[in-house]
Design a protein around this ligand. Structure first.
Ligand code: SF4
Length: 405
C-alpha cells in the first residue's frame, strides 16, 4: 500500500501496478490522486539557469551563489514536501536570518494555530469515523477539494460506534454561501444552511445554547443542537469560506465551540487541501511559536512578512520557492515581482514560476519517488511509502544549498 500526497487526507490505502517501469494502474485513489501516480513522468522539471537547460551541478552552484549572496532571502512554498525537507528549509532560513512563509497564510494556518495553541479542541479523522454523529462542513466543499473525505473518513464509512450507515448514524450539516455539491448530499438526517453571515449563524447557535431564540434559522439551529446532544461526539470541518467569512476575528467561533462543548463533545478540524501544510505549521510553531510568515531576523511573525507583502514592499532580493507555483496561484501584481529578483525554484514538475526563475532544480514527487513523513490536516503523522526511489529529492537539494551557508 502506498500513500497519496495529493491532498491533506493523505490516503494510505493506494495500490498500484507497475508496467515497463512506470505506474500503469492505480486502485483506491480518487481521480486527482490517480492522476498524480499515473502522470509521474509528465511535465518534469529540468535543471535550468536563466531559462536554458543546464547541468544539474551547475544549476546547484548557481542556486548556492544566489542564496549565499542574498542579503534578504525569502523561502516560500513547502506544503507539498516532507517534514524532513521542511525541517531543512527552516534551518536554512534560520542560518540566513531569512523570511519563511507557506500557503497557509492564505489558507487555513489560522485554524491550525488555534488548535496548536489549544484555543479550540481538535480530533483525528479516525476518531471521526468511529464516533462522530453530527458532521459540519462549514465553508468548504470536500466533494471537490478533498474527494475521499466523506467516503473514507467522515460521513459514509461505518466504524466503531457508528455501524448503522450514514442515513441513521450520521447527521450532516453543510453551511455555505451557495448550494455546493456537498450541500446537495444533505438530504435525509441532514441540513443545508445557506449562509449570509457566518457570524450571524454562530450568534444564532450561541443564542439557542443560552436559551434565547436564534435570529436566523430558528427551526434548524435548535434541531441541530438536539442532534448534537443525542450524538454526543460531533465535529466541525472548517474551510476557506469560514476563514474569509470571519475576516480574521475568530472570537465568536471559539465562543460557539466552547458553549457547544458544555452540552456535547465538539471538535474542529481544518478542511485544507495542501498535503503537508499542517506539517510546516507544526514544525515552525515548535521552533518559533508561530505557524507562518516568520522573519528569523526580526524573530517574530507579522502580516508584513507574508510572502506577497515582502514582494509588494520590495523587501527581498532573492526567493527560494520549494514545491509551489506562486506565479500560478498568487495575484499577478505580486507574483510578477519574482522576475525582478533572483528566484530559485525547486520542484519535481515544470511550473510557471520556473519559467521566470534564475535557477530551476528538479526534485522528486513526494510519496511516489521519495519517502519521508507528512502530517494530515487532522494532525496525524503518516509515513510515505514510495513506489520508486529517486536520489535527487527536496532533502538532497536543500542539503546542497545548506553546504554554503
Ligand atoms: S482524497 Fe486526496 S489523498 Fe486521497 S486519493 Fe484523493 S488526492 Fe489522494
Amino acid at each position: 500500500m502506498h500513500v497519496c500526497a495529493g491532498c491533506s487526507c493523505l490516503c494510505d490505502d493506494i495500490e498500484v501496478e507497475i508496467r515497463d517501469g512506470s505506474v500503469s494502474k492505480v486502485y483506491n485513489a480518487c481521480r486527482r490522486g490517480a492522476g498524480i501516480f499515473l502522470n509521474t513522468g509528465s511535465s518534469r522539471a529540468e535543471p535550468k539557469i536563466d531559462g536554458d537547460n543546464a547541468d544539474f551541478e551547475k544549476a546547484v552552484k548557481g542556486a548556492q551563489e544566489i542564496i549565499q549572496s542574498s542579503d534578504s532571502l525569502v523561502i516560500y512554498g513547502l506544503d507539498t514536501v516532507t517534514l524532513e525537507a521542511q525541517e531543512l528549509a527552516i534551518k536554512l532560513a534560520e542560518k540566513k536570518e531569512a523570511y519563511i512563509d507557506d500557503n497557509s497564510t492564505f489558507c487555513l494556518g489560522d485554524f491550525v494555530e488555534m488548535i496548536l495553541r489549544k484555543d479550540i479542541p481538535s480530533t483525528t479523522l479516525e476518531e471521526v469515523k468511529n464516533n462522530a454523529y453530527v458532521i459540519f462542513y462549514w465553508g468548504t466543499d470536500p466533494y471537490h477539494s478533498l474527494s475521499r473525505h466523506l467516503s473514507r473518513y467522515t460521513y459514509y464509512p461505518r466504524g466503531g460506534k457508528r455501524q448503522r450507515g450514514y442515513e441513521e448514524d450520521r447527521f450532516l450539516v453543510v453551511l455555505d454561501v451557495r448550494k455546493t455539491h456537498t450541500a446537495k448530499l444533505a438530504k435525509k438526517n441532514a441540513r443545508f444552511l445557506k449562509v449570509d453571515s457566518d457570524e450571524e449563524v454562530m450568534r444564532g447557535f450561541i443564542d439557542a445554547l443560552e436559551g434565547r431564540s436564534p435570529k436566523v434559522f430558528q427551526k434548524d439551529i435548535p434541531r441541530i443542537l438536539k442532534e448534537m446532544e443525542k450524538g454526543g461526539f460531533n465535529v466541525i470541518f472548517g474551510g476557506l469560506g469560514l476563514k474569509y467569512g470571519l475576516k480574521g476575528d475568530y472570537s465568536i467561533l471559539k465562543e460557539m465551540i466552547r458553549k457547544m462543548n458544555e452540552r456535547s463533545e465538539v471538535y474542529f478540524i481544518p478542511a485544507g487541501c495542501h498535503p503537508n501544510m499542517r506539517g510546516f505549521n507544526e514544525l515552525l510553531f515548535e521552533k518559533t511559536g508561530y505557524v507562518n510568515k516568520y522573519s528569523f531576523k526580526d524573530q517574530t511573525s507579522s502580516d508584513e512578512f507574508a510572502f506577497h507583502r515582502l514582494l509588494e514592499d520590495g523587501k527581498v532580493d532573492a526567493a527560494l520557492i520549494i514545491g509551489s507555483d506562486p506565479l500560478n496561484s498568487l495575484p499577478l501584481q505580486y507574483a510578477r515581482k519574482l522576475a525582478d529578483i533572483n528566484t530559485v525554484v525547486v520542484d519535481p514538475r515544470e511550473t510557471f514560476t520556473g519559467k521566470i526563475a534564475k535557477v530551476v532544480l528538479p526534485s522528486s514527487i513526494a510519496g511516489i519517488e521519495g519517502g519521508g513523513t507528512m502530517i494530515g490536516a487532522d494532525g496525524t503523522r503518516i509515513r510515505l511509502k514510495p513506489v520508486f526511489e529517486r536520489e535527487i529529492n527536496d532533502e538532497y537539494v536543500l542539503k546542497r544549498l545548506l553546504e554554503v551557508i
